[in-house]
Design a protein around this ligand. Structure first.
Ligand code: ZN
Length: 357
């Protein structure tokens, strides 16, 4: 069955089994929030579980792929599965879309079974859309299930969060992701390149795979190089801005976010405790911030060990502050307020150039 992919993601197996158990024991919640980093398969998970819930002959391997319901789901035409996402990238979900969702859940199932709605990028709601959704969540209907999908859980209103069961999709270990990438056999497998893509994607296998296929790793590495050069006073904020503008704003921002996190971690963790490049934390820190960062640290090192330790702590704390600012900008970009992304990135470049001074 080539349309069922989430069922084959090894990092989602436990979650799928637990959802199947809840379904079997009729204890599924009426509304779920699926959160977690980008590139883990949240949306696929929700849509395929919707196919499973509406399939006429489901099994532990997922929906059958053969029945009338499955065929309708493949073409996204099932009358009992509603999928909603912002109409355009970067735009908010509209109150009309949420009203459509509310009307939809009030109608009973065409096939007499489950009725499912999947709301992608659920954090992109303004307050009127959010209020409309809240009303729907307050009036659950039997055999109707709602999946709100988001990679910015903090942007969903606390009331909405409290009305749903929250599930965070796990980020797999480097070994699990590598094995999955190897098994796809899309081209001759280069473990070193795949590892670099995984590190650059913050450990998200689908993003890493995308990077491997579209060959965007060099662009990302160039961006990281420019970011560290600006941070260490070896290049200007203008150069960094030019580099950031070569990618989608949100992609660029997420990349410098993971680089900042990695640099901060290197500063704040005792060097003798940080031999973890092969495990999960190594992946989550982003790309090893290369020789440029190491060279900078080497240059500012003195013969006074205590002074060096204090300076590492100081740099670490300043990087944490910079991380907070970048994260704030990421949230603004993902919100429904449509900020001017060039201005926002420009101010981040300036903050980066000042961060260690
Ligand atoms: Zn089926």
């Amino acid at each position: 069955m080539n349309n069922v992919v989430a069922w084959e993601y090894p990092w989602l197996q436990d979650l799928l089994e637990s959802f199947q158990r809840s379904h079997k024991s009729s204890t599924l919640a009426h509304a779920y929030i699926l959160s977690g980093s980008r590139g883990l398969g949240k949306k696929q998970f929700a849509l395929e579980f919707a196919s499973f819930l509406t399939c006429e002959r489901p099994s532990t391997k997922g929906p059958c792929g053969e029945c009338k319901s499955c065929k309708l789901n493949v073409t996204a035409n099932h009358p009992d599965v509603l999928y909603l996402a912002p109409n355009e990238p970067g735009k908010a979900l509209t109150v009309d879309q949420i009203r459509r969702l509310s009307d939809y859940v009030h109608v009973s199932s065409h096939a007499g079974g489950a009725r499912v709605a999947v709301l992608a990028e659920a954090h992109k709601m303004n307050s009127s859309a959010s209020n409309a959704l809240l009303k729907t969540l307050e009036e659950p209907h039997e055999s109707t299930y709602l999946f709100l999908v988001t990679d910015s859980l903090g942007l969903l209103s606390p009331t909405i969060r409290s009305r749903c069961q929250r599930i965070t999709l796990p980020t797999p270990s480097l070994a699990v992701s590598l094995e999955w990438m190897r098994a796809l056999k899309v081209r001759e497998f280069d473990e070193q390149l795949a590892t670099s893509c995984l590190k650059a994607s913050g450990g998200s296998p689908l993003l890493a795979m995308e990077m491997l296929l579209d060959e965007s790793l060099p662009t990302r590495q160039a961006l990281e190089h420019e970011f560290i050069a600006c941070l260490t006073g070896n290049s200007s904020p203008d150069n960094l801005l030019a580099s950031l503008l070569k990618s989608e704003p949100i992609t660029a921002i997420e990349h410098i976010l993971s680089t900042t996190a990695h640099c901060a971690k290197l500063m704040l963790v005792n060097p003798s405790e940080s031999h973890d490049s092969s495990n999960d934390t190594g992946v989550l820190g982003g790309l090893a911030p290369s020789s440029a960062w190491d060279r900078f640290l080497e240059q500012v090192k003195t013969s006074d060990g205590d002074y060096n330790a204090r300076r590492r702590a100081l740099f670490g704390n300043r990087l944490v502050r910079l991380y907070d600012e970048i994260e704030k900008a990421r949230r603004q970009l993902q919100s429904s307020s449509n900020p001017n992304s060039k201005l926002l990135l420009g101010s981040l470049c300036w903050l980066t150039s000042r961060a260690l001074k």
